[in-house]
Design a protein around this ligand. Structure first.
Ligand SMILES: Nc1nc2c(c(=O)[nH]1)N[C@H]1C(S)=C(S)[C@@H](COP(=O)(O)OP(=O)(O)OC[C@H]3O[C@@H](n4cnc5c(=O)[nH]c(N)nc54)[C@H](O)[C@@H]3O)O[C@H]1N2
Ligand SMILES: Nc1nc2c(c(=O)[nH]1)N[C@H]1C(S)=C(S)[C@@H](COP(=O)(O)OP(=O)(O)OC[C@H]3O[C@@H](n4cnc5c(=O)[nH]c(N)nc54)[C@H](O)[C@@H]3O)O[C@H]1N2
Ligand SMILES: [Mo]
Length: 686
């Protein structure tokens, strides 16, 4: 029998959250995965998910619980039963709680699956049991703070509107790698029409290579570029003064502030020429229907929130928001309005339970008081849905912490990741094809649900099931733990005023697009007075940030290049990996090749480095050995490493995040993955 096509939804942490059509054979294996006809996915998905069979049926999938038998980190494990594993974990949690209190348990979780129900269980159990809470700082802490400061709501244009745009600007994102569907729409919009594309990115990404204008600025200087663009718009009559008066808090003070931010001033900071800045400003000011697709990249700088705010001011200056295809899209995740009360067990949250910063894992495990407050050390770390030994900053500190003798580490995973390898107990997890869930998306407007299409591999258990069973062992009860995942999907949908689970599944998707006026904030931005904020109330979010769109020249928030460390490192996502997922998939590994640092040819020549040679990047934290590749289209003092390779893919077993500091950004904490000053050396004779 030919395989049948079944609907599903990609669960990975990507704005596109694609609707899928999956071939399922009667042998219980999946075949090819294709994009479904959902209006945004439009039949297009990335290559790595098309080959998902390789990942689900991978011979190295974890299929049974494993207990460490050798020394910590020695990678020696023996199979045990689920019952024994749950007993052991519960026993460790109970004894740590008795000795140090419930806050000595840290449920460490992130976004391996973005499914709402499978993500929520661990958080709910933590709230009910009084464990330490977690501040989620890997991804959007700084960008959210910057966007919300001006716009006030986490939503924006429907990406399909790009079809009506006259100009497209991709700022700090690389959609060819990180959300291929936006690229699909962008190219569709440009087919047969003269729609210029501008890309603002420190290196010539695959997206920048398609641009009419690529602004390869120095990392972390976007605030300066945005201010200078506004300067030109205001000075050359390209601002929409009526719009500014009606929809924003624009004032003579803001105008005076921007009058000092000239293109010459910004050229000095950004490394761009005055001509490039003016050219971009005129292009932007000349188009009414300008679509600004704001990525996450430029906010992974310590000044990222200020930069995001400054960039988000542009469509308010030109009034682009008024026109179809005009305005900006950062994220639409605020559209769905899901009621998270049941999901997260919010009724059980005690406000004085401490909140640990996930980006500070190494420091927390080392017992730093700055992180722990006067609370107990962490004694049990329950890791689910994330691979911090690779993805977290200061990864050598993370490794040291995970290896602490008096720490019990349990990891629930699909693969033996670098983190799992350092654990005491490893539990096998299902993939999205083996469990049910509900999905919202930051990059489009569709709510989607998916059901298991194949039986769980081996003894794999879904997050919701494992956590419900652990809750029972611990004597923690909540109605959500008594239900299966699909019943919970249904309950959440009903509590949120959305279609019920079966109807949603039967329809395939539900479009939550809010309509033109709301998507364009013509009914008001997300602040009480409905106005966009050029002068946000940062003080309400943290101390001492000046209330203006700016490049924050008033405080040293950037890991600046210096004589000892003359390069700035950008550790951007690789095309064929998704964070550290897919690094286990043979075809993705092969397509990515090996860990590589991209350098400007002049910089390489100055250091005597030839293409393909081994080089060392380093700073005060660590040094990393990898291969050099010379590329055009990058500032001579910028070096780019597409990540996130497992640590053991590097010759010395030390991955790129060993160089990234865990010092948070302002005002919301948040990891500055692309804000690292390094030295670069040729490795003679190696
Ligand atoms: N293939 C693939 N897809 C992914 C991911 C992946 O790892 N691989 N990760 C997923 C996740 S979790 C996320 S959050 C998204 C992230 O996707 P994006 O929104 O694309 O954000 P980043 O990947 O952080 O960075 C994107 C670009 O920002 C640039 N950049 C770095 N610093 C600066 C700066 O200071 N200014 C400017 N203007 N640009 C800068 C980088 O060079 C990079 O090209 O992608 C998701 N999709
Ligand atoms: N150098 C550098 N580092 C970065 C970034 C960068 O741009 N550069 N980006 C950062 C960003 S934006 C993010 S969001 C983080 C992402 O970091 P993570 O959220 O840790 O993402 P992944 O590395 O994909 O790890 C997710 C893990 O969850 C597992 N998993 C998937 N589905 C399930 C499931 O249903 N159940 C369980 N139990 N496990 C599952 C996968 O096998 C995988 O090992 O990385 C950050 N790290
Ligand atoms: Mo992310």
């Amino acid at each position: 029998m030919p395989p049948i096509q079944r609907p599903s939804v990609c669960p990975h942490d990507c704005p596109s959250v694609c609707a899928l059509s999956v071939e399922v054979g009667d042998d219980g294996r999946i075949g090819r995965v294709r994009g479904a006809a959902q209006p945004y996915t439009d039949g297009v998905i990335c290559a790595k998910v098309a080959r998902y069979a390789e990942r689900v049926h991978h011979p190295e999938r974890l299929t049974q619980p494993l207990l460490r038998v050798g020394n910590k980190g020695s990678d020696q494990f023996t199979p045990i039963s689920w019952d024994a594993a749950l007993d052991l974990l519960a026993e460790r949690i109970v004894s740590a709680t008795a000795r140090h209190g419930a806050q000595s348990i840290w449920p460490y979780h992130y976004a391996g699956t973005m499914g709402v129900v499978q993500r929520a269980a661990i958080r709910r159990l933590g709230h009910l049991a009084g464990w330490s809470r977690q501040r989620e700082t890997f991804c959007v802490a700084l960008s959210d703070a910057g966007w919300l400061a001006g716009v006030g709501a986490k939503r924006g244009l429907d990406p399909r509107e790009v079809m009506e745009s006259e100009l497209i600007v991709v700022w700090g994102g690389n959609p060819v790698h990180t959300q291929v569907n936006f690229m699909h729409w962008l190219q569709k919009a440009r087919r047969g029409r003269d729609v210029p594309l501008v890309v603002v990115d420190p290196y010539r990404t695959a997206t920048a290579a398609k641009a009419d204008l690529h602004l390869a600025l120095r990392p972390g200087t976007d605030g300066a570029l945005a201010c200078a663009v506004m300067h030109v718009l205001l000075a050359e009559g390209l601002a929409d003064r009526d719009y500014l008066a009606k929809h924003t808090d624009f004032s003579p003070e803001v105008e005076a502030h921007l009058a000092r931010r000239t293109p010459a001033w910004a050229a000095e900071i950004t490394g761009l020429s005055v001509e490039q800045i003016v050219q971009f400003a005129r292009l932007y000011g000349g188009a009414r229907r300008s679509f600004l697709r704001v990525g996450y990249g430029f906010s992974r700088q310590r000044n990222g929130a200020a930069a995001m705010h400054a960039v988000s001011c542009l469509p308010a200056v030109t009034g682009a928001w008024q026109w179809p295809g005009g305005g900006a899209l950062y994220s639409n995740s605020g559209l769905y309005g899901l009621n998270t009360r049941t999901l997260y067990g919010l009724d059980a949250v005690t406000p004085d339970t401490r909140v640990l910063d996930m980006g500070r894992l190494g420091a927390v495990l080392a017992g730093e008081r700055r992180d722990l407050g006067d609370g107990p050390p962490v004694s049990v770390l329950l890791v689910q849905n994330t691979n911090p030994a690779v993805v977290a900053p200061d990864s050598l500190a993370v490794r040291r912490g995970l290896l602490r003798d008096d720490l019990f580490v349990c990891v629930h995973e699909q693969f033996m990741t670098d983190t799992a390898r350092l654990a005491d107990l490893v539990l096998p997890a299902t993939t999205f094809l083996e469990h049910d869930d509900l999905y919202q998306a930051s990059g489009h407007t569709f709510l989607q649900a998916a059901r298991a299409l194949i039986a769980p591999l081996g003894e794999c258990r879904a997050n919701h099931d494992f956590i419900s069973q652990l809750a029972a062992r611990l004597g923690v009860s909540h109605p959500a733990f008594q239900q299966d995942a699909w019943a919970l999907v249904d309950q959440v949908l009903r509590e949120s005023g959305q279609p019920d689970a079966d109807s949603l599944y039967a329809a395939g998707w539900h479009d939550c697009t809010p309509g033109f006026a709301r998507a364009h904030f013509l009914e008001g931005f997300g602040h009480a007075d409905g106005r966009f904020r050029f002068a946000p109330d940062w003080a309400a979010r943290g101390e001492g940030h000046a209330s203006m769109p700016r490049y924050p020249d008033h405080q040293a928030v950037i890991d600046a290049a210096s004589a000892e460390r003359p390069f700035r490192l950008v550790a951007a996502p690789a095309r064929h990996f998704l964070n550290s997922s897919f690094t286990e998939t043979p075809s993705s590994r092969q397509l990515e090749g090996r860990p590589t640092a991209q350098l400007h040819p002049d910089a390489a020549a100055r250091l005597g480095i030839a293409d393909g040679e081994l080089i060392r990047l380093g700073n005060a934290q660590a040094s990393v050995l990898l291969y050099a590749r010379t590329v055009a289209g990058v500032q001579p003092d910028t070096v780019v490493v597409e990540s996130q390779w497992p640590n053991d893919a590097f010759i010395e077993g030390v991955g790129i995040n060993a160089l990234v500091s865990a010092e948070p950004g302002f005002p919301a904490a948040g990891v500055a993955y692309h804000d690292t000053a390094v030295w670069v050396q040729r490795v003679a004779g190696e």
